[in-house]
Design a binder for this molecule. Structure first.
Ligand code: GDG
Length: 465
């Protein structure tokens, strides 16, 4: 059977969220924004799960996109999604900052679900179609799909880091994962280091040689390259120029008691994000008297995520204990030094928060890219605001003019946070101007078009400055 779509995205989730019985809203996030126009131009389709277990839906159209739901049972959600994806691969690929779970039951479910995605893609794709598979939940799909449909052009992009051999070797199914990825014509990573790890592991574990970034497999060439993802700079830049957003930013500062310094963290509540480390550093600055409780407020938005996975339940308890201690020790009636919000916000409120923050604190222990850092930069046309950024975020490769920190070094983080708070407007503007130039040039559109151009031409991607 052959389908009719000449461009397919295959991702764990569909790019929509349910808002009513049968009503959908486009999910927030750059990936959809970047890809939607390509979908509309090329008669494209998007395959993915709706997010509800046990739901079987027919394909439907939304917002000019053709959506093909892939069903997952409750048990598959537990084994494939919460299990192998988020309790095995996620910690393994993020420096084992939590201990990965290795279980054959989880692996079997991962393989079965990948197979379902591959079959659905094989059915939907027109002859010679371009298929772009997304992320760590679907690493077996490229090879499974190639077996069913050798006529397709298959790309794969990994949104999270790809680990070095020292860590990847732990995985009992390490060869299967590499073979799965090698089904693609182009395997994309956030950083050059990810591509290098992948090529080296293919050589060591599978014995396939590479010449620069290319592996020759019979008559097929597989390329591995980096394509750092980005944000929709234009959209954010325009949004924050609206008076209602600026007004809201002022209100936020007033609601916080108009402190001299507003520090901000925005993350999914994930153990890779270094939330505990940054709060520890802030708490110690208060303990030391380096900052006075009425001088600074730290706003930490910690969006709920993966709430049924054991490590996330533990993390939430740890963070909330820490926040409680710091606020208990340094708060005064009606004024707390940390404003902790375990909630999700809409795009406008998030943009207003970015505008209200003097210091954006992004301190992951390991992160594929980190879009929050780039969003903050895109929101600061006023050239004020400092970005404190972990050297372990993919974004650190590009955002060289940020205040760089090692999140494991609490003393170093304290020093840099203070320096960011005390920087002169001139210094802030100098850094922010350079950061903005980078994010404006390499936005998410550029990411998608660079990847697709490299996939379709079979040529190496154009070098960046
Ligand atoms: C993975 C990789 C890589 C957060 N809270 C709210 C909200 N967000 C948005 C942010 C940002 C996105 O979620 C988070 O993206 P990150 O890049 O920071 O992190 P991950 O979720 O871990 O993403 C990462 C990314 O994939 C892309 O390849 O950069 O390294 O781990 O856009 O703004 N959005 C809204 N309300 C919230 O409360 N609307």
């Amino acid at each position: 059977m052959r389908g009719t779509s000449s461009f397919l995205i295959v991702a764990n989730r569909l790019p929509v969220d349910r808002v009513g019985e049968n009503e959908w809203r486009r999910s927030p996030g750059g990936l959809v924004t970047a890809i939607a126009p390509v979908m509309q131009r090329r008669d494209g389709a998007w395959l993915g799960w709706t997010g509800a277990a046990g739901e079987e839906l027919k394909p439907f159209d939304h917002d000019g996109m053709h959506l093909i739901p892939i069903p997952l049972s409750q048990l598959e959600v537990e084994l494939y999604y919460e299990g192998f994806s988020n309790a095995t691969l996620w910690p393994l690929y993020h420096d084992v900052v939590a201990t990965p779970v290795y279980s054959r039951v989880l692996w079997d479910a991962y393989r079965a679900v990948n197979d379902r995605f591959a079959r659905a893609a094989a059915d939907a794709a027109a002859p010679g179609a371009v298929v772009w598979v997304q992320d760590y939940q679907l690493q077996l799909v490229p090879a499974m799909l190639r077996k069913l449909r050798p006529d397709l052009k298959i790309g794969f992009f990994l949104h999270i880091p790809f680990p070095p051999g020292e860590l990847f070797y732990q995985l009992p199914w390490r060869n299967e994962i590499l073979e799965g990825l090698l089904g693609a014509d182009l395997v994309g990573f956030q950083r050059p280091g990810g591509a290098a790890n992948f090529l080296r592991l293919c050589r060591r574990l599978l014995g396939v040689q590479h010449l620069r970034n290319a592996i020759q497999l019979g008559d097929r060439t597989v390329r591995a390259e980096s394509f750092p993802i980005s944000v929709d700079f234009g959209e954010l830049d325009q949004l924050v120029r609206e008076p209602r957003i600026q007004q809201r930013a002022k209100e936020i500062r007033a609601e916080l008691g108009d402190p001299e310094h507003v520090l901000l963290g925005v993350d999914r509540l994930d153990y890779t994000k270094g939330i505990g480390q940054r709060l520890k550093a802030f708490g110690e600055l208060l303990d030391d008297g380096a900052i006075k409780p009425d001088e600074a407020v730290f706003v930490q938005v910690a969006t709920p995520t993966r709430e049924r996975v054991a490590e996330y339940i533990r993390l939430r308890n740890d963070i909330e204990l820490r926040v409680g201690r710091i606020n208990g020790e340094h708060g005064v009636l009606g004024r707390m030094p940390i404003s902790y919000l375990h909630q999700s916000y809409n795009k406008e409120e998030l943009a207003a928060l970015y505008c209200a923050a003097d210091v954006m604190v992004v301190t992951p222990l390991r992160d594929g890219m980190n879009l929050v850092a780039k969003e903050y930069v895109a929101c600061r046309h006023d050239l004020r605001g400092a970005l404190v950024l972990s050297e372990f975020a993919g974004a650190a490769d590009e955002l060289r003019q940020s205040y760089m920190v090692n999140p494991y070094d609490i003393a170093g983080m304290k020093r840099v946070m203070l320096a960011a708070m005390r920087a002169t407007p001139h210094e802030l503007a100098r850094r922010m101007r350079s950061l903005r130039r980078r994010v404006a040039t390499y936005d998410v559109d550029r990411w998608a078009s660079d990847f697709l151009a490299a996939l379709e031409s079979g040529e190496p991607a154009a070098p960046r400055e």
